[in-house]
Design a protein around this ligand. Sequence first.
Ligand SMILES: Nc1ncnc2c1ncn2[C@@H]1O[C@H](COP(=O)(O)OP(=O)(O)OP(=O)(O)O)[C@@H](O)[C@H]1O
Ligand SMILES: [Mg+2]
Length: 66
Amino acid sequence: MSIKVYAFYNNKGGVGKTTLCSNASILYAENNPEAQILVIDMCPQANIYQFLLGGGKKGYENNQNL
Ligand SMILES: Nc1ncnc2c1ncn2[C@@H]1O[C@H](COP(=O)(O)OP(=O)(O)OP(=O)(O)O)[C@@H](O)[C@H]1O
Ligand SMILES: [Mg+2]
């Protein structure tokens, strides 16, 4: 079993790290339905989970509940 690790990093804020990581991980999942994918948000806001837990108000509430 091989494990691929991708990091989305930039010291500057608001440059699209979360958006790019979210889109890339979702597209990877679509193209690799058998793969197990773990997304770890190292930002204290952890707002990538808003995208991955439904997006918008629903995603925000699900993230807050966690
Ligand atoms: N390719 C793009 N074109 C236009 N707008 C974009 C693009 N990528 C991201 N954005 C917008 O830019 C803003 C910042 O994006 P995002 O939250 O992904 O950045 P970030 O680097 O994760 O920010 P932070 O440092 O606050 O975590 C958001 O409003 C997002 O919708
Ligand atoms: Mg971010």
